[in-house]
Design a protein around this ligand. Structure first.
Ligand code: MTE
Ligand code: LUZ
Ligand code: MOS
Length: 755
């Protein structure tokens, strides 16, 4: 573990000097965009009357699909999503038109004057209803290992059940937005708050009907993305570009919070059905699950997310017979999208529920079943990958030992004996998360490194900084590989003209992919500079090493500084720029067979969560979460601990208080922070302890520092089962339900249900 370097953004963040899209200095003739969206969830558009809106002074033009010169299509995985609705609307909040005006106030005034007549069609809001109606986005996906049907008949214990996990609002602090500016000869520069600049570029070129080289996308940083800007930052940027193409004026569009909440997709709600079979030694012999994913009205990333649900359907357990299927169900909700964990959390919630149900029926502790089935070296995942360097058991047992689980458990039993109106519960939650884009072709990245003639360095990559600290890690890689101090290195914005054809910053793999590319570029540069240094010092090249801004010869600091060598390289006309490309080796996956080796490696860990219920009110507090987490060899433990804490609280929110609600006619009811409860300082755990697992790290990770962005979100699932145990401690008649989030309302019902 190297000494923690401070996040390079913290200085400007705390001073309010960091620049986001809305902080850009705009050109004087900049116009403001605003979407007019569907006021109904499903229907035929009979008529839209823009005449009153167009007459508002200061309205420049209202754009619709008719103004598109290219193709009205922004779907990435499937071409099923128009930029602007044509004759039908499929969800409440679907963009129909784009008002461009001199100010936001004018645009808002105009929006209220647009008259629309919609012939309503039946609305589907749940995955179960969609499946009944055979309303699907794509074909179901199946993973199979062994033979579940034959195995169940030999099991000593079999149970079945169903679960529901709700969606989740990303609630990035910075709402979606963009600023598009005309350049020469029909080129457009778009500054976008996107995780995927190359996708914005590609979609804009397609919709505008221009070559990709006409579109430059620049990303400074995001005020959070959490997956919500992996695919869904595209629409706004493309709308602004269409307006720029027509008006030849700069267009800015920053969504206000209400519009953002209403128009964007969220984490997918899932309705799932499971069947689990154990033998008398508590070994899980067979597991079947059917997942119904509520995909919303268009594909977006749903099929990929559905697939990852299956990858994580057995979480940290080895199960020899597995049969899982997932349906991407088409409903009349905004297209649901990537959200930290990408379908993995939804899968893990189901297996944990199945284990809990089985434990209840057998009258034993859930932890006994969990512990008896933890993954071991060379176990096979249902998708054919063989587990290696497994830390499922080691993190589990080290969490139990380091945090004195036996003692914690005793304290909770004795608290529950003594207290009538307060009850505590405790849970263990192991996680196993695969690192790589499951779509193999996306696992690549590039970096462009310039050494300027004064010795300072500029680094460009495809990585988007969204608060996760990837720029700091890129800087560390460059600094260490070049042997120079941190203040010599600058991270440039993410720009499609410097680093092209990138994958979005997602799947927790941004630092790995881009970091490896930065490392390769720096290695190539240092090789050249070693030759220059060897000549200057009149020694053999093999004795040269760069460290602390100096040339070291045979381990001894020489008189030659980094700057001298760089200056000499200029004299010798040696190229001081390097572009490198990294593509993850080994990974492959056959989507038809559902078999392969999709992940470069897995991240492991175990969390212990304890809660206290107020059994009069149904409210609860998270007493503590204690985690042993597999960071590999963390290259920045400060940033990585921050990622674990943030993901944990986000996971707890998903499982406890964050409740997305739509009316039966498809209108978002949880449409503000007064009706949608995210964790605050009172609902966050009172204490969080995180201990790095004693592991050697993995060479597939950047500097053996494992990916950390998404996996810890799933520790939050532990909160659900801790609350459940506390409810049971109060009310022996409570029948376990698996219906998340476990809101205080549901807790209260559970505490007093009679059965
Ligand atoms: N952390 C912050 N502060 N803000 C974010 O938007 N996104 C998460 C995670 N951590 C996010 C974050 C998600 S969904 C992913 S996939 C990863 O960061 C992406 O960055 P990485 O690949 O560099 O881990
Ligand atoms: N995005 C994606 C992801 O396109 N593919 C993935 O496998 C993935 N995994 C996690 C998060 N985002
Ligand atoms: Mo994260 S869901 O991969 O953006």
């Amino acid at each position: 573990m190297s000494k923690t370097m401070k996040n390079i953004d913290s200085f400007t963040h705390v001073r309010g000097e960091s620049i986001f899209v809305d902080d850009l200095i705009t050109r004087q003739d900049t116009l403001i965009g605003l979407v007019f969206d569907s006021p109904k969830a499903h229907g035929k558009i009979k008529e839209v009357n823009y005449s009153k809106a167009e007459k508002v002074k200061g309205v420049v033009k209202i754009f619709t699909y008719k103004d598109i010169l290219g193709v009205n299509q922004i779907g990435e995985i499937l071409p099923d999503e128009p930029l602007w609705a044509e004759n039908e609307v499929h969800y409440w909040g679907q963009p129909i038109a784009f008002i461009v005006a001199e100010s936001e106030a004018i645009a808002k005034k105009a929006r209220l004057l647009i008259e629309i007549e919609i012939e309503e069609l039946p609305v589907i809001t749940t995955a179960i209803k969609a499946k009944e109606k055979k309303s699907f986005i794509s074909a179901p996906i199946y993973f199979k290992l062994g033979d579940t049907a034959a195995t169940f008949s030999n099991c000593d214990h079999v149970t079945e059940g169903e679960t529901f996990s709700n969606g989740q609002e990303h609630l990035y602090l910075e709402t979606q937005g963009c600023y598009a500016v005309p350049q020469e000869n029909g080129s457009i520069k778009i500054t976008s708050s996107t995780q995927g600049p190359a996708q914005v570029q590609k979609a804009a070129a397609r919709v505008l009907g221009v070559a990709m080289h006409k579109i430059e996308v620049d990303v400074i940083r995001l005020g959070g993305g959490f997956g919500g800007k992996e695919d869904q930052a595209t629409a706004w940027a493309v709308m602004a570009a269409v307006a720029v193409q027509y008006l030849n004026k700069p267009i800015k569009y920053i969504l206000n919070r209400y519009d953002d909440l209403r128009m964007t997709g969220k984490r997918h709600p899932y309705s799932s059905f499971f069947k689990i079979g154990l033998n008398k030694d508590l070994k899980i012999m067979a597991f079947e699950a059917e997942f119904l994913q509520n995909s919303g009205a268009a594909a977006d990333l749903s099929p990929a997310i559905a697939e990852r649900t299956l990858f994580h359907a057995t979480n940290s357990y080895f199960i020899p017979n597995v049969s899982t299927v997932v349906y991407s169900c088409k409903t009349n909700l905004p297209p649901n999208t990537a959200f930290r964990g990408f379908g993995g959390p939804q899968g893990m919630f189901v297996i944990e529920s199945a284990i809990a149900k089985m434990a209840e029926e057998m009258g034993i502790d859930k932890r006994k079943i969990q512990e008896a089935n933890l993954l071991a070296e060379n176990d096979e995942f249902s998708y054919g990958q063989i587990a290696t360097k497994v830390e499922a058991q080691s993190t589990w047992f080290s969490a139990k030992e380091k945090f004195e689980f036996g003692k914690l458990e005793k304290e909770i039993f004795s608290f529950n004996r003594k207290n009538a109106h307060f009850k505590k519960g405790i849970s263990l939650m192991p996680i196993t998360f695969g690192i790589s884009f499951t779509n193999t072709m996306m696992n690549h990245a590039r970096a462009l490194v310039h050494i300027y003639q004064d010795g300072s360095v500029g680094v460009s990559t495809g990585a988007v900084e969204m608060g996760q600290g990837v720029n700091t890690k890129m800087l560390q890689v460059a600094q260490i590989t070049l042997g120079i101090s941190a203040n010599k290195v600058k991270l440039e914005t993410t720009n499609t003209t410097r680093v092209a054809n990138t994958s979005p910053s997602a799947a927790s793999v941004t630092a790995d992919l881009n970091g490896k590319a930065v490392d390769m570029a720096c290695v190539a540069l240092i090789e050249r500079l070693r030759k220059v240094a060897a000549k200057m010092a009149s020694v053999d090249e093999s004795t040269i090493f760069f460290k602390e801004d100096y040339v070291f010869v045979n381990g001894e600091k020489s008189e030659f500084t980094w700057e001298t060598i760089v200056a000499q390289a200029m004299v010798e006309r040696i190229v001081l720029s390097e572009n490198a490309h990294y593509a993850t080796p080994i990974v492959h996956f056959d989507k038809i067979k559902g078999k392969g080796h999709p992940f470069a490696y897995h991240v492991y860990g175990t969390a212990i969560t304890a809660v206290t219920l107020d059994c009069v009110r149904g409210t609860y507090e998270i007493d503590f979460v204690k985690i042993v987490h597999d960071f590999g060899k963390s290259m920045n433990i400060g940033i990585d601990i921050g990622q674990v804490e943030g993901a944990l609280v986000q996971g707890i929110g998903w499982m406890t208080t964050e409740e997305i609600a739509y009316s039966s006619d498809g209108r978002l009811l949880s449409n503000a922070l007064s009706t949608y409860k995210v964790p605050d300082i009172f609902s966050a755990p009172k204490t969080v302890e995180i201990i790095p697992a004693a592991v050697e790290g993995n060479k597939m990770a950047i500097r053996k520092s494992k990916a950390v962005g998404e996996p810890p979100l799933m520790y939050g699932i532990g909160a659900y089962f801790a609350i459940q145990q506390a409810v049971k401690a109060f009310n022996k008649n409570y029948k376990l339900k698996f219906d998340s989030p476990f809101t205080p309302g549901k807790v209260l019902t559970g505490l007093y249900e009679k059965n």
